[in-house]
Design a protein around this ligand. Structure first.
Ligand code: OSB
Ligand code: MG
Length: 368
């Protein structure tokens, strides 16, 4: 692929409003934008979606920087690839560190599509002209969550996910259901419960939630299978599915009816596409997750969600939901429940250089 240099921009941007889960309140988003440039000057874009601290997975912006600089870029220097699928084998020699690997995979897949002058969605076999959008409401008071949901519904979102936790669940969901009887509603617990809460979680069945996301611990594939037998509401796994092997285990055990795929969490396109195929073959429904990320990763999510199997609205929302101004030159806009795919080469967007300058804290360049 003739990769010549790689740039890593560390950026930091305040959110318009803090994003609250029972695990963490995110007020400022750190991240990294990756540019992979070939000998002709064509640039592929990727993004590190890890957070400043390891509250969602074990990676952080700093661990990703270390992995990129000291491990993954040197590996790529020693073992150049001629197709992005080869990255899987190259990166398999490094354990874990999915988000660091995913940022490189994103950039190399984008570069590959741009070299071929094709949109990335077509390279991976996507078909949807517009992808199913959805928005997320963070944890707050019942009144606050109703008001936020109303704002998002007024903006045209047809599916809303709310963050729940112990002590902030039944009451909020009942109130939202009363207020929005026909809204597609789901709840994400980010591992707030254990099997001891089974009776309590059963009380959620009456509210016709589309699903409950990650009610139990990251390692609880068996426990999720036991819980799923007790609930009518489908379980959707997020944190528990990191590798295609996790997906096989979850299918074998019956741990979930739904999965959200995040490129960052699973280590990039190669693993995401493997998980996608496993879900398609085994009747597991799929949607594309979000990481309160910047437009580069969001544009990758849109490419991925053009695959036919992404038949449920994901956490794909407008650039303006979190940012005053996004890092990409064409902001993402959700309307009437959809985001239109980008039809230019690669992910279809470029960096907004003016915005990058404003939010960039550090840039390093590595020659291959
Ligand atoms: O659990 O799905 C999650 C954001 C950051 C970390 C974890 C999660 C989320 C979201 C998606 O809920 C929010 C979004 O990107 O709009
Ligand atoms: Mg989640």
């Amino acid at each position: 692929m003739n990769i010549k240099k790689i740039r890593i921009h560390t950026i930091s941007m305040p959110l318009k409003k803090p994003f609250v889960t029972h695990l963490q309140k995110v007020e400022n988003r750190e991240g990294m934008i990756i540019e992979v440039e070939d000998r002709e000057g064509i640039i592929g874009l990727g993004e590190v979606v890890a957070f400043s601290t390891p509250w969602y997975t074990e990676e952080t912006v700093r661990t990703c920087f270390h992995m990129l600089k000291d491990v993954l870029i040197p590996l790529l220097r020693r073992r150049p690839v001629s197709h992005p699928e080869e990255l899987q084998k190259v990166f398999d020699t490094v354990r874990g560190n999915a988000m660091a690997k995913a940022s490189m995979e994103m950039a190399v897949w984008d570069l590959y599509a741009r070299q071929k002058e094709k949109p990335l969605w077509s390279v991976i076999g996507g078909t949807r002209e517009k992808v199913l959008a959805g928005a997320v409401v963070g944890n707050a008071t019942v009144e606050g969550m109703i008001a936020h949901t109303q704002e998002l519904v007024d903006e045209g979102y047809e599916r809303i996910k709310i963050k729940i936790s112990k002590g902030s669940d039944i009451e909020v969901i009942r109130a939202l259901r009363n207020e929005f009887p026909h809204l597609q509603l789901l709840a994400d617990a980010n591992s707030a419960y254990t099997l001891k809460d089974t009776e309590h979680l059963r009380n959620l069945d009456e509210f016709r939630l589309e699903m409950i996301e990650q009610p139990l611990g990251v390692d609880d594939l068996v426990e999720h299978a036991i819980l799923q037998k007790e609930l009518q509401t489908p379980i959707c796994l997020d944190e528990s599915i990191v590798t295609p092997h996790d997906m096989k285990s979850a299918i074998h055990l019956g741990s979930c009816g739904v999965v959200n795929i995040k490129l960052g969490r699973v280590g990039g396109y190669n693993a995401a596409l493997d998980i996608y195929r496993l879900c398609q073959e085994n009747g597991i429904r799929l949607w594309c997750g979000g990481m309160i990320e910047f437009g580069v990763s969001r544009a990758h999510n849109i490419s991925l969600a053009t695959l036919e199997g992404f038949s449920i609205p994901g956490d794909i929302s407008s650039s303006l939901k979190y940012w005053d101004e996004d890092i990409i030159d064409t902001p993402i806009i959700a309307s009437s429940g959809y985001v239109k795919r980008f039809d230019k080469s690669g992910i279809g967007v470029d960096l907004n250089q003016k915005r990058l300058k404003e939010v960039c804290e550090n840039t390093e360049e590595y020659l291959l």
